[in-house]
Design a protein around this ligand. Structure first.
Ligand code: 6PG
Length: 253
């Protein structure tokens, strides 16, 4: 039985552990893919980096789930990327390739990589052009699904506290220096994420319990992830018991 946040009205699905969370998210992925393909012939997804989303990708790559998907009609984009080469240990593309892309029959043209190896401003410009090519002259791209993780500091994608990317409202892709990482990051911006048809967060582990409770229960919480509120779309938090530890269930209906 899902719960709902009194603050964000988001659906909260609490699962036993990260495996159960990944399974619920994979079931949602299949369901959304079927609906999107029936509605407009393809399914466009913005992927997240991080270890929790990685567990979902590994599950989607299994025969049980992969065989239910027509990868020829699925387009995979990246919600953010580190400014490194695609074969670098830190690369989100490398993580997605190892956990999913190398195990499924998806056409290369359907995988839209954020070029972390390029100068960040050029990579951001090039990705905006890629988005325009895929979504057409749409005022704002509308992904069918965006998968997101949550950092202990309340970041999501590469929208970090204090980052200039938080204030980007005209651009679709931001290249911003992240002080705490001493590195640049590439990220889709709030206007894009908040135009997505379905945003699903994947959050596991006790270290996320405090920030998750703040985002879902404290209307004054000012974390970047709290600003993800799809204008006309769904918002679901798939969380494990450890991350949900501080959720005051009576506060959730
Ligand atoms: C990244 C992700 C980032 C990640 C969170 C949570 O590039 O690292 O986009 O936003 O999702 O840091 O990561 P974990 O699930 O590994 O805690």
């Amino acid at each position: 039985m899902p719960l709902f946040s009194p603050v964000t009205k988001a659906e909260i699905i609490i699962c036993r552990d990260v495996e159960a969370l990944s399974r619920r998210a994979a079931e949602q992925f299949i369901s959304l893919a079927r609906a999107a393909m029936a509605a407009h012939g393809n399914f466009t997804v913005a992927l997240s980096g991080g270890s929790t989303p990685k567990a979902l990708y590994s599950l989607l790559a299994t025969e049980e789930f992969s065989a239910q998907l027509d990868w020829r009609r699925i387009h995979l984009f990246f919600g953010d990327e580190r400014c490194v080469a695609p074969d670098h240990a830190e690369s989100n593309y490398r993580m997605v390739h190892e956990s999913l892309l190398a195990k499924i029959a998806i056409p290369g043209a359907n995988v839209h990589r954020l070029r972390g190896e390029d100068p960040p401003p050029l990579a951001a410009q090039a990705y905006e052009a890629e988005l325009r090519r895929h979504f057409g002259a749409a005022a704002l791209p509308r992904f069918d699904l965006a998968l997101l993780g949550l950092g202990e500091d309340g970041h999501t994608a590469s929208l970090f506290p204090g980052s200039l990317a938080l204030n980007e409202v005209a651009g679709w892709v931001a290249a911003a220096y992240v002080e705490k990482l001493s590195a640049h990051r590439l990220t889709l911006t709030f206007p894009l994420f908040n135009n997505v048809a379905q945003v699903s967060f994947l959050v596991a582990g006790a270290s996320k319990a405090g920030v998750l409770a703040a985002i879902l229960q404290d209307s004054t919480a000012d974390y970047p992830a709290a600003r993800i509120k799809p204008n006309a779309g769904g918002l679901t938090w798939f969380v494990d018991h450890a991350a949900a530890e501080q959720l005051a269930s009576p506060a959730l209906n």
